[in-house]
Write a protein that binds this ligand. Structure first.
Ligand SMILES: Nc1nc2c(c(=O)[nH]1)N[C@H]1C(S)=C(S)[C@@H](COP(=O)(O)OP(=O)(O)OC[C@H]3O[C@@H](n4cnc5c(N)ncnc54)[C@H](O)[C@@H]3O)O[C@H]1N2
Ligand code: MOO
Length: 406
């Protein structure tokens, strides 16, 4: 339907998305499956760590009171492999052979490394210690964590190192924020399935696989993925179901002013229309609305606009769902080539960045066309060319968004 839209700036559009209230949903999952998941509550140490005095080296445990007058022969009264304990105290000039990670006898104060000892007449009951050690070579109880100390803070995105910390305490489950569930609906009667032969007027769906993977990389869980022909009833039914069952719905295409731009109509009648026109190219038609408490992000069908719209408006909200900041780093950079086209709207160029001796430089990377996709693999940043009645000169300072996973 041809109705007048009210365009807003990129900043305003981002802010409107940022103001959408998101539900807080948590779930408890096995630690081993929690890589990249975000802790909903802090985890504290259930006990002091290490919880017993551990030897850091292979060697011989001795008492301080015997630690002098080397070389000296000690009586070997025990052998403590890792995993075993030792009963009874060491007596005068007595030692226990001990392995790395093993339980240190209660009254031992130091472990002398194996390299500083020599055998005595092939007699395993005796060992000659040649000299002392600077350090005790013992990890004391609680030397890494005292009981109740915070191990990992709430809102932390876990990584394999974090999983190791939790596993070290035998923690098997963690409470994390649920990943937002996302339905993706791509539209267009021109779209054919990958196994169909190419025909005049038809194209393969290139945005669908891109959006699916961008969502996954940004921490969303794709629960539904569709490729629909331009049919108002079909789209309405699918949109309704997707909205009822998901946290976020991403539609692609059918959002401008054409005869089949059903998503634009759905936006106009939504509970809350956030925006349906942005003063930017590509992606001026990018639309956002809230229906039945679900955020619907309607991206342009044009590949360049779809890519740009995802990074500028969808990635940040997927990250906010799990209490994380966007991974897109907004900064300023120096434009390495002039931009001659004049624009009423800001233009977002697909570029590549390089850190040079004179600072961060951005290089336009091929086509700026909304429908072009040849630069999507190699684009590493998006650059804002401000709307202007005159060309933008080389070396102008420009707002730049550095893209994650690039
Ligand atoms: N009369 C007007 N026409 C157009 C306007 C306008 O303001 N007035 N805006 C233009 C701009 S700007 C854009 S951007 C596009 C936006 O169109 P939609 O987002 O509604 O998308 P579609 O019309 O469905 O498709 C646009 C283009 O993209 C191709 N497409 C669609 N889906 C996919 C996909 N999954 N994978 C690859 N390519 C896809 C589609 O075939 C079209 O070529 O509207 C302009 N028109
Ligand atoms: O909305 Mo279009 O992508 O601006 O050219």
């Amino acid at each position: 339907m041809l109705t007048k839209r009210n365009p807003i700036s990129i900043d305003e559009a981002q802010e409107k998305i940022n103001q959408v209230k998101l539900p807080i949903q948590t779930e408890t999952i096995p630690v081993e499956e929690a890589n990249h998941r975000v802790l909903a509550t802090a985890i504290t140490s259930p006990y002091a760590y290490p919880h017993f005095r551990r030897s850091g080296v292979d060697g011989f445990a001795i008492r301080d009171s015997d630690d002098h007058d080397y070389p000296k022969t000690f009586k070997v009264v025990g052998n403590i492999p890792a995993g075993e304990t030792f009963d009874g105290p060491l007596g005068e000039n007595e030692t226990a052979r001990i392995m790395t990670g093993a339980f240190v006898p209660d009254n031992a104060d130091k472990v002398i490394m194996l390299e500083k000892t020599t055998a005595v007449d092939n007699n395993e009951q005796l060992i000659k210690i040649m000299g002392t050690e600077k350090h005790s070579n013992i990890s004391e109880i609680g030397s890494e964590f005292v009981q109740g100390q915070e191990l990992i803070a709430a809102d932390t995105e876990l990584n394999p190192g974090g999983l190791a910390i939790l596993s070290a305490f035998g923690i098997r489950e963690v409470t994390v924020f649920k990943r937002p569930t996302v339905a993706i609906i791509t539209t267009g009667s021109e779209l054919i399935q990958p196994d169909e032969p190419l025909q005049a007027g038809k194209i393969y769906n290139s945005n669908g696989p891109m959006i699916k993977n961008l969502v996954a990389e940004s921490g969303g869980e794709v629960t539904r993925y569709e490729q629909l022909v331009d049919d108002s009833d079909l789209l309405k039914a699918s949109l309704q179901k997707a909205i009822a069952e998901n946290d976020i719905v991403i539609t692609d295409g059918a959002v401008s002013v054409g005869d089949f731009d059903f998503v634009g109509d759905a936006a106009r009648s939504a509970d809350i229309l956030l925006f349906n026109k942005i003063k930017m190219r590509p992606g001026s038609v990018t639309t956002a609305f809230v229906e039945n408490k679900t955020l619907v992000m309607a991206l342009s069908g044009n590949p360049g606009a779809c890519f740009t719209g995802f990074y500028l408006y969808v990635e940040p909200v997927l990250r906010r769902f799990v209490h994380q900041k966007t991974r897109i780093q907004q900064t300023t950079a120096i434009l390495a080539a002039p931009y001659h086209k004049t624009n009423n709207f800001d233009r977002v160029l697909r570029c590549q960045f390089q850190m040079n001796s004179d600072g961060l430089k951005v290089y336009p990377n091929g086509s700026d066309q909304s429908g072009a996709l040849g630069n999507l693999q190699t684009t590493t940043c998006l650059v804002k060319i401000p709307h202007s009645k005159t060309p933008i000169e080389v070396d102008t300072e420009v707002t730049t968004w550095l893209l994650p996973f690039k």
